[in-house]
Design a protein around this ligand. Structure first.
Ligand code: ACO
Ligand code: OAA
Length: 386
């Protein structure tokens, strides 16, 4: 029998058919359901984009109101989830907490698998998706209070998705500028075709397990530094560089050691990631309105991008979405280990859209392999081994 083709990292392999988002990696273009990402980031809201991703169309005013109302109504998590979180070590990474807490939501769901009736009922699937999207920010913000020994702050139904998260994070009235920035960041991070965590959604979802396992698995996948975890790494890298003057020497050292520059490179984009372009513009806008904390990180980031692009650009390696998002959050006073959980909160909309799409035409994922091990070895009992 002929050996199957092997594509490391499945590069160039189409794992599914999808109508949710599209990337032109050579031109640096991204669209959700046919709408350009720049338009959505400028004019839409995360709530509207989540609806668009899940249902494929922009909502009418009445549909948006209903969807938004549903999100606001489902922000509370069960008291027992808070009890479970109390036992988590405060030194743990918030992505580990989020992984466990979201998976624990499945304990309150009556069955392990989705029934045929549930899979055929799009309203039911939408309701499950809405509950997860609504609760993830609550869990992240609760943890931010609980890990410092404070009681969690209750969600406020009068606030938008982004504003409520900022309120629950700090207990202060959310700043409208920061709310708009966060809302745009959530839109920019909400979806991105078949990336590693979304692929994990397809694989896990294809077994017909419940969506809490599906999203728990995706959170774990996103946490890695080659994927969503890079946004935290970027800010740590910029802090390590510490001044614009050190950028050249730092990059030289990294290149000489063949180490990666965090927030650079992408499997699909061979030019600048359009989201990095928008995020940088948002930073510049923030700076011109005097809204920076003057930590100097933005200036270092600009110099890293300039010099790293000089070195890596000819190889098609440019700044990706993780490069500027962390700097923006840092300037908003958000702690570095919350950057990836915020990414997960946003990406939950895309993950759940793909989960629904997978269920609509499901076949279990079961690829093959090229076997490279030994054959027909003779078993030797342990006492006879030398
Ligand atoms: C939300 C997201 O997930 S966006 C991505 C976030 N991740 C990062 O920022 C981590 C840094 N970047 C990377 O590790 C990679 O570019 C990835 C994981 C994003 C893409 O990986 P792949 O498509 O498998 O590319 P791969 O890692 O094979 O890189 C190809 C070549 O470019 C080089 N390269 C890729 N990214 C970088 C980088 N950030 N810095 C320096 N060199 C790089 C590799 O060393 C390799 O060089 P070689 O051909 O001389 O061996
Ligand atoms: O698409 C990818 O490979 C990584 C990802 O999720 C993104 O860039 O948002």
């Amino acid at each position: 029998m002929a050996e199957p083709n092997f594509a490391p990292g499945l590069e160039g392999v189409a794992a599914t058919q999808s109508s949710i988002s599209n990337i032109d990696g050579a031109a640096g273009l991204l669209s959700y359901r046919g709408f350009a990402i720049a338009d959505l980031a400028a004019y839409s809201s995360f709530e509207e984009v989540a609806f668009l991703l899940l249902d494929g169309v922009l909502p009418s005013a009445a549909d948006l109101k209903r969807f938004d109302h549903g999100l606001r109504a489902h922000r509370q998590v069960k008291y027992n989830v808070r009890e479970i979180m109390k036992f988590m070590p405060v030194t743990g990474h918030p992505m580990d907490m989020l992984h466990c807490a979201v998976a624990s939501l499945g304990m309150f769901y009556p069955q392990q698998e989705l029934s045929d009736a549930e899979r055929g009922n799009t309203l039911h699937l939408d309701a499950m998706a809405m509950r997860i999207i609504a609760r993830m920010p609550t869990i992240v913000a609760m943890w931010e209070q609980m890990r410092f020994g404070n009681d969690p702050i209750s969600p406020r139904p009068d606030l938008s998705h982004a504003a409520n998260f900022l309120y629950m994070l700090s207990g202060r009235e959310p700043d409208p500028t920061y709310t708009k920035i966060l809302d745009s960041c959530l839109i920019l991070h909400a979806e991105h075709t078949i990336n590693a965590s979304t692929f994990s959604v397809l694989v896990t979802g294809s077994t017909l397990t419940n969506p809490y396992h599906v999203i728990g698995g995706a959170i774990g996948t996103l946490a890695g530094p080659l994927h969503g975890g890079a946004n935290q790494k970027v800010v740590e890298m910029l802090e390590e560089i510490s001044s614009v003057r050190q950028v050249g020497a730092y990059l030289d050292r990294k290149m000489a050691n063949k180490e990666k520059i965090w927030g650079f490179g992408h499997r699909i984009y061979k030019t600048r990631d359009p989201r990095a372009v928008i995020l940088k513009e948002m930073m510049e806008d923030m700076a011109s309105h005097g809204n920076l904390r003057h930590s100097g990180l933005f200036e270092i980031a600009i110099e890293v991008e300039r010099q790293a692009t000089e070195r890596l650009g000819p190889k098609g390696i440019h700044a990706n979405v993780d490069f500027y998002s962390g700097v923006l959050y840092h300037e908003m006073g958000i702690k570095a280990d919350l950057f990836t959980p915020i990414f997960a909160m946003a990406r939950s909309a895309g993950w759940l859209a793909h989960w629904r799409e997978q269920l609509a035409d499901n076949r279990i994922f079961r690829p093959t392999q090229v076997y490279t091990g030994e054959q027909n070895r003779r078993y030797v009992p342990v006492a006879q081994r030398i």
